[in-house]
Design a protein around this ligand. Sequence first.
Ligand SMILES: [Zn+2]
Length: 405
Amino acid sequence: MKRFILAKYLLPIHQEPIKGGCLVLDNDKVIAMGHYNDLKREYPNAPIDDLSQYIILPGFVNCHTHLELSPLKDQIEWKGSFSDWIKEVGRLKRELGEETILEGVDKAIQDLWKSGVIAVGEISSEYLSYQSLAQSSLHGRVYWEYISLRSEDLNSRFNMLKDSMQEDIQANSTMKVGVSPHSSYTLSPEAWQKVNQFIQEKDYPTAIHVGESIEEREFFANRRGSLFQFINGISQLPEEVYHTTPLSYLHSKGYLMRGNMIIHMNTMSDRDVQILQDLKLSVIHCPLSHDYFSHPPFQLDKLMDHEVNIALGSDSLASNYTLDFFEELRQMVRNFPGLPMEKIIRMATLSGVRALKLREGLGEIRVGQPYGLIGIRHPDPVTNPFETIIYNESSVIHLMSQAFR
Ligand SMILES: [Zn+2]
């Protein structure tokens, strides 16, 4: 059935905002977008949903979560050492039972939804979060994490990954799947070869943590520092890993594939930016988690100059105090005061859809496509709708099509 949605502002993202705009929805698709006076003759019998106090925009895409770590909220104080932080996450994680993890995942899903997030890029290391996400209203992609440094556990870990993906995948779900070879420093060359062969055979989208910390830079550049000592104590990586950057190492070995999603890139060289551009890699920036770790300033300008697709994530609650996506947007404004707010909203929507390789229609409002929209109520006149969204503190409404399966 056709119906009109009247809005204070429509933000299609791929085109300019439409003040006093309206949409015509027909079952699961947007069939027209413009102004009511221009469209009413075409659809004379369509009822009207009057949302003229709302700004209507695509729901947010949170490209980086570890929902299974949600029970670690407020558990780890940052003391300045990234490797100590990783060890502490590992220690606390081992104490969590499956039930506690799943409760944390469910609560996190509700928090995401409430803050206008309609799609996530989840990294699953326990292989537990997929079912909860697939049964929720969220869309997105769950990346099965793979870590393997020791040759003795290469096959057992790989089989666990393969078997659990086969069990869990739901062909018709709005929650898609991918693989995450965890990071530049947690896979041996043999593990990279094995997992990449699997990824290529199945054509899975891929997410990798790269260039997150100063310690990681030191690890690759100078073969020293506490992260080097920690990893070297588990397994020695070959000499060719060193005297380079994490991204350049992965590229030189052929481990990167076109369109991969690269999480963090808090440290990078000029050569790295060129690699990101040449391979059309997406970069995920996590503003509040970045702040928690006091990483070096994120080189947003450089990435934008090279037209790299940049999207946003919140990372886990082990390094963030909230999953409220509006807080991430406000942190972007604080960290990059000259950045147009329109660009921040684009990173939070359409750029995220591209990074996660989700289907067209999510992350934007497009005629002929299904819709995944949120509405933000604002009773007063609005001068800059993007600013109004970023500083929103009231609850969000959802308008979701069922056609994304
Ligand atoms: Zn992460």
